[in-house]
Design a protein around this ligand. Structure first.
Ligand code: SAM
Length: 312
């Protein structure tokens, strides 16, 4: 897929060539795309593993599943799409009768389709109910959280997931003004805390990101998802993760580091008592970042980082 073809998709896959280069899909291989989205990366995996490579695509969002199904219809006999969290990939694998896979790809965060679909509530630029769930049939919405959590918890969420220096003032104003139901109500309230100053990025960007992470429990899911990826990848198989948030990237980096180390005892301990054995080899010593060309054609790519490890 060239850049102009990707530009015409509802969502442009980020670090497309780089992730395929490192995932190395092959004929007869089995792969999991744990965050199927519009199926851009999945299409690349299926094309590169032709004629008989298999792909299991997992996704929580019904709209994305419909788009991916139609995009991947030419690969119907080699592509299995399921509505499930990537955290449950082991069950999904078992249901297909697969023992192991040759590669797992996780492309985290939200898609351009989700950001651009007003009624999902992900964007402060579009008036909509404050929802932000990847799966709109499950869990609490962002409005549910803002209208029920104590001030301290709201402030902690904003600070921990976005490091917004005005997290406390924002939380205080939310408590004063709630109930809050819409994206614009929240965005205007944050603008007020920032005295209407917009700067390079809208001041609501960080709080919206933090709320989305909390609503979808994204960090906890990633932590577990990395562990289960390790269980399902065969020896010489690879795990590739694309992140868009520095804390997520740190989690992936530290997980790969720990699992590629034989002993994880504290450095001051003279004798190893942990018995930890390395199970991974880190393939990307430094995170792979998008080219300038990609960032120019797709601004969503600017904070992306790809890390890859191989099972020993
Ligand atoms: C950045 S997009 C993926 C785009 C995709 N790689 C493509 O090329 O079209 C991330 C997708 O992951 C989905 N998602 C987020 N958390 C998930 C989870 N725990 N399990 C499965 N899908 C998830 C989101 O709904 C979103 O569609």
């Amino acid at each position: 897929m060239n850049i102009s073809e990707r530009n015409s998709s509802p969502h442009q896959p980020v670090l497309y060539h780089e992730s395929l280069k490192y995932l190395q899909p092959k004929p007869k291989g089995k792969y999991i795309d744990g965050t199927l989205g519009a199926g851009g990366h999945a299409e690349g995996i299926l094309t590169s593993s032709a004629p008989d490579g298999l792909l299991l695509g997992l996704e929580l969002d019904d709209q994305a599943i419909n788009i991916a199904r139609s995009k991947l219809s030419a690969f119907e006999d080699r592509c299995f799409i399921r509505k499930a969290s990537y955290v449950n990939m082991e069950n999904q694998l078992e249901a297909l009768g697969w023992d192991y896979v040759d590669g797992v790809l996780l492309d985290l965060g939200l898609s351009s389709m989700q950001l651009d679909t007003a009624d999902r509530g992900f964007s402060f630029l579009r008036e909509a109910p404050l929802d932000m769930r990847f799966d709109p049939q499950q869990g609490k919405t962002a409005a549910d959280l803002l209208n029920s959590l104590p001030e301290k918890e709201i402030s902690d969420i904003i600070w921990e997931y976005s490091e917004d220096p005005k997290s406390r003032q924002i939380a205080r104003l939310i408590i004063e003004k709630r109930p809050i139901f819409t994206t614009t109500e929240l965005a205007n309230l944050i603008l007020k805390v920032y005295h209407g100053k917009r700067g390079k990025t809208h001041p609501a960007t960080r709080t919206f990101q933090a709320l989305r992470i909390e609503v979808n429990n994204e960090f906890e899911v990633l932590k577990k998802g990395l562990e289960v990826s390790l269980n399902v990848v065969r020896s010489s198989g690879r795990i590739a993760v694309i992140t868009f948030h520095s804390l997520e990237d740190r989690m992936v980096k530290q997980f790969f580091q720990r699992e590629s180390t034989n002993c994880i005892c504290p450095s001051e301990q003279p004798i190893c008592t942990c018995g930890h054995q390395a199970v991974l080899k880190v393939i990307t010593k430094k995170a792979i970042k998008p080219s300038q060309e990609e960032i120019i054609t797709n601004s969503r790519a600017r904070s992306a980082k790809l890390r890859v490890a191989e099972k020993i």
